[in-house]
Design a protein around this ligand. Structure first.
Ligand code: AMP
Ligand code: MG
Length: 348
């Protein structure tokens, strides 16, 4: 398949290009597009055939459901059964990086929801995503636009590397602002939700709007062999580079000393804080941002994991993030990338 790659710098002016992309979607084809979280791989969310193409292009297991992207929060009502909890979340956080799980209406085929009777709905704020969905006039089913098992793509180059030749069109809208996938919550009833995947909308922000916010155990812990995840995506070894990743916890001076010693002993790639650059050998260092700048770390994480994985190192080291604020989303992605391998560094 020949993949068209189109750069969209000004969606308000490039309506002809966006109309072509929308036409591909309406005709059952696949278009990758930028959002504020990561790039999405879009297809018609009411079309069984388009859903099958998405799973095939990504190499994704078909029981891992897709998120439906809509142009306006009110549109959710056509595809899902909404309640006041949804409306409150929508008025606080949409458009934006929040996905809400609701009971599914018949118009959304089971192939899109991985066989579930619920459907995930999100209204992105990115101007290119918004314009594309509005022009298409259909709900757009879109998982992240990476090959299954690779880190999510945060720029068009990642999408091209993974999906060129497998999709009809890739819209290049530059770097994604947040860099981690959307926060996912499941509506449990009035005033009650469960956080299934942390993202740009933090736990604290959700608590300001909804009285009861539970956190699914799989957000921070490995599932036991016999445990069934609330969200099918949680059971897959996600975001995993092929080089083993080890997360380091401990006092910052101790961790830096450990890293310096490791650099002398083996071939390691290091996702370090900017403050550590001058303290380590300038070899295979990937600065993630300042120690306290969680937003910068979120934005750079997937790009740096891809780069570090390309170094042919024995190991990739990174810091264990805090579990507060945006740190919870980083923690959730990084413990998966590391297959839950955390090393405590203690001063001797
Ligand atoms: P992605 O778009 O690649 O970030 O993947 C979407 C993720 O959303 C899936 O891996 C699931 O974990 C989650 N998801 C989508 N639909 C549902 C649903 N109906 N119930 C629970 N989780 C869902
Ligand atoms: Mg994904």
């Amino acid at each position: 398949m020949n993949t068209q790659i189109i750069s969209i710098s000004d969606p308000a002016k490039q309506t002809a290009e966006l109309a072509r992309a929308a036409e591909i979607l309406r005709a059952g084809g696949l278009v990758a597009f930028p959002t504020e979280t990561v790039y999405g791989l879009g297809g018609n969310g009411t079309d069984d055939g388009a859903a099958k193409k998405i799973y095939a292009a990504k190499g994704r297991p078909s029981d891992n459901p897709l998120i439906i992207h809509i142009a306006a929060p009110e549109d959710a009502d056509r595809y899902a059964v909404v309640n006041n909890t949804y409306r409150r979340l929508a008025s606080a956080f949409m458009p934006g990086p929040l996905t809400v799980i609701l009971p599914r209406r018949e118009i959304i085929p089971r192939s899109v929801t991985g066989g579930l009777d619920t459907v995930a709905v999100r209204c992105p704020s990115h101007p290119v995503a918004h314009a594309l969905i509005a022009l298409a006039g259909i709900p757009i089913a879109a998982p992240s636009a990476n090959l299954s098992g690779k880190p999510s793509p945060t720029c068009a180059a990642h999408v091209i590397a993974d999906l060129s030749g497998r999709v009809d069109m890739i819209l290049d809208g530059g770097d994604c602002e947040i860099g981690l996938e959307s926060t996912i919550v499941k509506v449990e009833g009035d005033d009650e939700i469960t956080l299934l995947r942390p993202g740009g909308i933090t736990y604290d922000a959700l608590c300001m709007v909804i009285p009861n916010v539970h956190i699914a155990p799989a957000v921070t812990h490995a599932l036991a062999e016999n445990e069934r995840p609330l969200s099918p995506g949680m059971k897959y070894r996600h975001y995993a580079p092929s080089t083993p990743v080890v997360l380091l916890a401990g006092d910052s001076a101790d961790v830096t000393a450990f890293l310096a010693a490791e650099q002398a002993a083996k071939k390691c790639a290091i996702l370090c804080y900017n403050e550590e650059l001058s303290l380590l050998r300038p070899e295979r260092l990937f600065p993630v941002g300042a120690r306290d700048d969680l937003a910068a770390q979120a934005q750079s994480l997937f790009r740096l994991l891809r780069q570090a994985d390309g170094e042919g190192a024995d190991v990739i080291y990174a810091h264990l993030p805090p579990q507060t604020g945006l740190g919870l989303a980083l923690y959730n992605r990084m413990i998966r990338a590391a297959a839950h391998t955390v090393k405590e560094i203690r001063h001797h």
